[in-house]
Design a protein around this ligand. Structure first.
Ligand SMILES: Nc1ncnc2c1ncn2[C@@H]1O[C@H](COP(=O)(O)OP(=O)(O)O)[C@@H](O)[C@H]1O
Ligand SMILES: [Mg+2]
Length: 311
């Protein structure tokens, strides 16, 4: 009997289009590996659609809010349907850069020096907050909404006078904003895979733009992946070890991808953990998995089997 897998895709986050791409490719991979696969676009009728299919497992191919943030995981828990990847808590922590950075700090994982600013405080004391972040973090710094992905709402601030615009942009996406020291260095992302998690090879990202942003990520030719990263072996091993620690610190399950920057002194800083990394053929996680010997359909099948393992 073939296992029946629902690929949950689309949804209403800012990353809907990427989710549709991921979902389509995951669907084809599942068919190639002898699963019975059914695509479901996530909308208000999702419960009826899921009940009608009655799957053995749900592959969550959603990104951003409503999908990567624990809400859909909670819904599937309530319906007693097994699903791929992290559970409710790890998903909710992973999408929130303020909460995940607090955890990294608590367990001794280096993350860029930061401050969390709430809209309600900012509205009353913006001048004092500007002074504080300049005094404690200093420029250049990065201002980002706590809960967006794909660099949406993020600004780099080189001079104090740019702070107002940067906060305004970030607050238009989230009432919680993270201000972070800008780290100059090699940008890496490290995939973590398995229910007894291991790190995939380090992947170095080279961009021709200032940030590895939405446009750069999804336009061919604007970024390059180098596997393994061009770093001394001890630094690569350290980055892999820290990636697994970061994955475990949030309580992730199955797979995740940890974004980091290694500075000129070899210090590894964790930026964030992505609990549902992009899964198109061009995406980072499948590329790193390929270097570890998993072709794309094998990887998708493995992630499904991990979801069915009890742990
Ligand atoms: N503190 C930082 N120092 C240097 N570059 C940063 C910093 N924060 C973010 N960036 C750049 O912005 C990109 C996106 O930031 P990230 O924190 O991973 O958020 P997301 O991927 O969710 O938008 C990073 O891949 C990196 O290129
Ligand atoms: Mg990122």
């Amino acid at each position: 009997m073939k296992k029946r897998v629902v690929v949950l895709m689309g949804g209403r986050s800012a990353e809907r289009e990427i989710s549709l791409l991921t979902g389509e490719q995951v669907y084809h991979a599942l068919i190639q590996r002898e699963y019975e696969a059914v695509k479901i676009d996530f909308d208000e009728r999702v419960i009826q659609k899921l009940m009608a299919v009655n799957p053995d497992v749900v592959f969550i191919a959603l990104h951003g809010r409503f999908g990567e943030d624990g809400t859909v995981q909670g819904l599937l828990e309530a319906l007693s349907l097994p699903y791929t990847g992290s559970g409710v808590m790890a998903s909710a922590l992973g999408i929130n850069k303020a909460m995940s950075k607090r955890i990294f700090q608590a367990v001794g994982i280096d993350t860029p020096l930061y401050a969390v600013v709430l809209a309600c405080d900012y509205n009353e004391h913006s001048d004092r907050i500007h002074e504080d972040v300049i005094a404690s973090i200093d420029t250049p710094l990065v201002v980002k909404p706590a809960c967006e992905g794909s660099t949406i709402g993020m600004s780099m601030v080189k001079e104090a006078r740019e702070l107002t615009a940067a906060f305004e942009t970030a607050f238009s996406y989230d009432a919680v904003v993270v201000v972070e020291r800008f780290i100059e260095g090699v940008e890496l992302t490290v995939g973590v895979l398995g229910n007894e998690p291991i790190a995939l090879p380090t992947l170095e990202i080279i961009t021709k733009t200032e940030f590895y942003d939405y446009n750069t990520k999804y336009t061919k030719g604007l970024s390059e992946h180098i596997i393994p990263a061009r770093l001394p072996e001890d630094q690569r091993l350290k980055a892999q070890k820290i990636a697994v620690q970061a994955h475990k610190s949030l309580g992730c399950r199955g797979f995740s991808r940890v974004d980091m920057i290694v500075d000129a002194w070899g210090q590894v800083y964790v930026l964030e953990v992505n609990t549902i990394p992009g899964m198109t053929a061009l995406s980072l996680f499948p590329d790193a998995a390929r270097a570890a010997g998993y072709d794309f359909p094998d990887l998708v099948a493995y992630i499904v089997e991990l979801a069915l393992e009890k742990n």
